[in-house]
Ligand binder design. Sequence first.
Ligand SMILES: [Zn+2]
Length: 202
Amino acid sequence: MNTHPIPLTDTQLAEALLNALEDHVLPLTRKGVAAGNKIFGAALLRKSDGSVVLAETNNETENPLWHGEVHLLKRYREVEGLPPPEDLIFLSTHEPCSMCLSAITWAGFDNFFDFFTHEDSRDSFAIPHDLKILKEVFTLDPGGYRRANAYWTARSVAEVILGADAAAQQRLRARVDAITAEYAALSDAYQQGKAENAIPLR
Ligand SMILES: [Zn+2]
């Protein structure tokens, strides 16, 4: 597949990804969690300048397929006038599950970036389903799928920050810590209320 490069430096890209999380995804996720949904969200950014064109959050209380990523892709097709996938960066708060990996692929994106890993989802957020499905359905151990393949290349936000200017590292890491702390609090809220919702895999 023809991939379209991202012209931003890693410093610019890290800033853009963190801006998207802080200013676009988290405000939606605070409301989503208050309504009984999981903490996972996603956003689309322009490759050209890192600006956010659309963000969404998990909406499994409406439909268990509305993971943050798939909910975003559904909305992406509903909103008119957005750039084509080859011009966009796909950001996922958490490493996408097998459904979302496929959805990102079928939707035509040549990249995605994730903030937390599958192991974080299992160990820090008590959501083991991503790794369990990969093992049960696909016989894959953690890390067993290809992060760089013919369709797309995946990078973690942590990897992008490692590539950023030395002068920016401390500031970027402080923002990562604050975002991580907020997700821990949102996760606690979700876990405390989850027995009352009707999501199949809670
Ligand atoms: Zn998913």
